[in-house]
Design a protein around this ligand. Structure first.
Ligand code: GLC
Length: 605
């Protein structure tokens, strides 16, 4: 490491970091330990990673470019092991992926795993997937191909099998203080009065009784996921060391899982509390001091007013990237209603944010879809929350006339009527019932997602229109969790059809590739472009404009099972995919889309 580099990076943030740390913990010796350990991790970063740090410090906007394409995948579902993933990098490269999110792979106990989000050891890879050495070999191989690597950092809780949890359970006070342990049932009962439930059906309540040690422990998620107590500076420090250890394995993006939940206060809903932001801001600075090539992706599955604060401010940033969760949910609402008005409003909201804020756009991920929509607006349009959620679920279950969709409910809570939804993109588009329509809609939804600013993140299998996989029902450890419906193994026989234009897999794969390469080739797709929505003359068609450096684009996306003629802004437009030129109006087939580029009269767009 160049002499003085760590000091320079530390000096940039020391005042603010110390200030926030002392405000939270008022503990100078723990702060000194943190700084010393940060230095150790900085000095022990491998030279290849340090070169990445230097290069990205010179190019801090690297993750805002239009040529990034992500894919999230489960190592075992995709290729068995970490080495298996390395053997399949050609496939990922062919799919255009240059940002690989490896779903949780740290050690966990299969029967108490929550898809890997119950970590038993932050420094050990799940043995059936490989080792830390394999991980490093994989990240190096990815980097050589220009591919970034992302992993989850599950910081809200540990598994009940983690060493700290085992020692806490055995009665060691030091370890009990790292969690929320209460002998008096009145305290959990008081929390339950104000804390909502994450998994009302599969894991009701926020506490778990431990009969062997006579305590209640806070478990916001599953009973085997014990919430960490960040009031204890030992927890913060140790978790930061785990974060830096993982960063040093060659990560480029660290996804901070379930981050809104990390601070708890009696009498509140224990979500998005101000101290959460203090902690994320400290993490941001710690990363910038030790491993500046690593960026933070916050998992904040909340309403828009709650999501945006996790970017921090332009001067005091927190996360580099956040999921565009409301746009995702609103997109599926639009599929079910054929009415793009709410999606238009949502895109206007996103477009009004500072361009420094970069979103990760997606259609599907490993989790259920929660119907987090703008209900006050829907109410004005005559749609009420509970009946509307019921309608959306009925639509995607295929119970509404004309709906070819297939999927399953998730955590159906009969008291609130608040069920969420599971299924792959292809199945939700109706691939099992009406493949022709489903392919069109599937590619159109991706075309819309790729038209937005930010990093598009594909869900593995979606590139070949993977269907739902109900086999999880045969596995007792998974059967109650319908999220496994869209966590099936990648069907490699289907992937083998990806060049066969007669198959849905081939049509979707080729369609996406064309969109992704087109996107990478046009400056108006950069996150710095101006974005606005257009009046298309019909609620069934969403229109979006983009403008950057003299390039103007128009995207039209139909949610209607009928052809539409849409008036175009003044000027002459070229279809970016076919080269056809048009003026005045555009013809959209049922569920179709157009990506257009203005070829004359730049100012009039
Ligand atoms: C996040 C993950 C989800 C998991 C939860 C608890 O929301 O995406 O899969 O169940 O955190 O860790």
């Amino acid at each position: 490491m160049k002499q003085g580099t760590f000091e320079k990076r530390l000096a940039r943030h020391l005042d603010e970091l110390r200030w926030l740390y002392m405000e939270l913990y008022d503990n100078g010796s723990m702060f000194a330990e943190l700084c010393e350990t940060m230095r150790w991790y900085a000095e022990n970063r491998r030279p290849v990673l340090r070169r990445r740090d230097d290069a990205r410090e010179q190019d801090p906007g690297w993750y805002k470019r239009r040529n990034l394409l992500g894919m999230m995948l489960y190592i075992d579902n995709f290729a068995g092991t970490l080495n298996g993933v390395r053997d399949k990098l050609d496939y990922l490269e062919e799919a255009g992926v240059n940002c690989l999110h490896l779903m949780p792979f740290l050690d966990t106990v299969p029967e108490r795993s929550d898809g890997g989000y119950a970590v038993a050891d932050f420094r050990k890879v799940r043995p059936d997937l490989g080792t830390m050495e394999d991980l490093q070999v994989l990240t190096d191989a990815c980097h050589r191909r220009g591919m970034n690597v992302c992993m989850d950092f599950v910081m809200n809780h540990t598994s009940s099998d983690h060493e700290w949890a085992r020692r806490a359970r055995a009665g060691e006070g030091e370890y009990q203080s790292r969690y929320f342990f209460f002998a008096d049932p009145a305290i959990p009962a008081a929390y339950e009065k104000t804390v909502p439930q994450v998994f009302p059906t599969t894991a009701p309540g926020n506490f778990t009784w431990l009969p062997d040690c006579g305590h209640w422990v806070m478990t916001t998620f599953y009973p085997y996921q014990w919430d960490l107590n960040y009031r204890n500076p030992r927890v913060f420090n140790e978790m930061m060391y785990n974060f830096l250890y993982l960063a040093n394995q060659g990560m480029d993006i660290i996804r901070i899982d379930a981050v809104p939940y990390i601070w708890k206060e009696l009498g509140t809903n224990c979500r998005n509390l101000p101290k959460v932001h203090t902690i994320v801001r400290m993490m941001r600075m710690i990363g910038e001091i030790v491993c500046p090539s690593v960026i933070l992706l916050g998992e904040v599955v909340m309403e828009p007013e709650r999501v945006v604060p996790y970017f921090g401010t332009v001067d005091k940033p927190e996360c580099h990237l956040l999921y565009n969760v409301t746009t995702m949910a609103t997109t599926w609402h639009t599929v079910a209603t054929g009415d793009a008005r709410l999606l238009r409003l949502q895109l206007d909201t996103v477009a009004a944010l500072p361009k420094e804020y970069v979103f990760l756009n997606y259609l599907r991920c490993h989790d259920d879809i929660g119907w987090g929509l703008d209900y006050p607006t829907l109410h004005r349009w005559g749609m009420e929350e509970v009946p509307h959620k019921k309608y959306l679920n009925a639509y995607f279950l295929g119970q509404v006339p004309g709906s070819p969709s297939r999927g399953e409910l998730y955590n159906d809570d009969p008291t609130t009527g608040d069920a969420r939804f599971c299924g792959t993109t292809a199945s939700m588009c109706g691939m099992e019932i009406d493949p022709r329509r489903a392919v069109t809609q599937d590619v159109t939804l991706h075309a819309m997602m790729l038209f937005l600013s930010g990093i598009p993140m594909l869900y593995s299998g979606d590139e070949v229109a993977q269907l739902n996989d109900p086999s999880y029902k045969n596995d007792p450890a998974r059967a109650v969790d319908s999220r496994y419906l869209h966590r099936g193994r990648l069907p490699w026989d289907r992937a083998a059809d990806r060049h066969d234009a007669a198959t849905p897999a081939g049509q979707v794969f080729t369609g996406l590739r064309q969109l992704e390469t087109t996107r990478a080739g046009h400056p108006a797709f950069d996150a710095s472009a101006d974005v606005w929505t257009l009046d298309t003359g019909t609620d069934a068609v969403l229109g979006v404009g983009r403008w950057r450096d003299g390039e103007g684009l128009v995207g039209l996306f139909s949610f209607a099972n009928a052809a539409h003629t849409v008036p175009l802004p003044e000027g002459c437009f070229e279809n970016l995919l076919t080269g056809a030129v048009m003026e005045g109006a555009a013809q959209l087939p049922p569920f179709g889309f157009l990506w257009l580029k203005e070829v004359a009269d730049g100012e009039t767009l």
